[in-house]
Ligand binder design. Sequence first.
Ligand SMILES: *Cc1c(COP(=O)(O)O)cnc(C)c1O
Length: 357
Amino acid sequence: MKKHNFYAGPSIMPDFTKEKVAEATMNFAGTGLSVMEVSHRSKEFVAVMDEAIALVKELLKVPEGYSVLFLQGGASLQFLMAPYNLMNTKAAYTNTGAWAKAAIKEAKFFGEVVEVASSADANYNYIPKGYEIPDDVDYFHFTSNNTIFGTEVRIDPDVKVPVVCDMSSDIFSRPVDVSKYALIYAGAQKNLGPSGATLVIVRNDVLGKVTRPIPTMLDYRTHIKGESMFNTPATVPVFGCLQTLLWLKEQGGVEGIEKVNIAKAQLLYSELDRNKMFKPSVPNPEDRSRMNVTFVMTEGYELFEKEFDVFAESKGMVGLKGHRSVGGFRASIYNALPLESVQALVDVMKEFEALKA
Ligand SMILES: *Cc1c(COP(=O)(O)O)cnc(C)c1O
């Protein structure tokens, strides 16, 4: 039976990425060796890293003066690397979900955190708006897509202070104006490649301004100077990221994939708005994520939750269970998930409604 992969991360990858990784696992770039057994300093692997960085710059139109890095440690290490490198005394954060909260917790090790807005009062089911960011903070941090709660900010902020953004779960899903950001970071395992690589895009002139000493591995400048090869990079994940970037270019880049993502999200949200057994857990349509669609059973149908889970699984749906802090369901519909899989889920919901409601 065909599987429809709705896992939140690690998550669905393009067939192209999987095929190329499989080939290179046995014979990488004609070397007769596996991509996992060649030196990261070999000319073949250096070419992979160079091309991956060049494609990130091309697809996101990264302006001059920025560095693109492939690091390790996931977005979770960026929660502390960002303040380590950028915070002297104070930073502003929005608290829009579990990952934002985790970022705030780490930032507090380095100085004062001003929580400028929060949606904790409604279990993070909306994006707070109309808040002010003080002028005297070293930077403003936000999470563009709240993977667990299914909300997303699609506006590049126009503020006076440097902007830092965790784009782990919506990077490359739509165009962004990189010039509005001082630092963007993302774990690979949602829209980019196998877990183990972390993408960082940093504006060079924001570095070197903190007074504290920074340990070598945690200093962005080390990795800029080392061209993401200061120490051994995550070679196989970076190879996987490159394949996805090549695939994305074939889809018309972020502009092309955004159209597909809008169509997928519309298809699913309109069924959730129509079907009497289900409803989206984010009430305001403009706050709803195009990547992680969270939903629950409507009043009176709560008892059918487990049954729907089993029913959907019997139809090949994988990874639909909501995060334990939200309950219900979550369909992660990242770039690589085809429209047919969203249609299949919609069909299953309709079928369930016809059977039970
Ligand atoms: C998955 C995720 C993280 C955590 O990433 P790791 O690579 O596991 O550290 C952080 N932020 C967001 C928005 C995420 O989706």
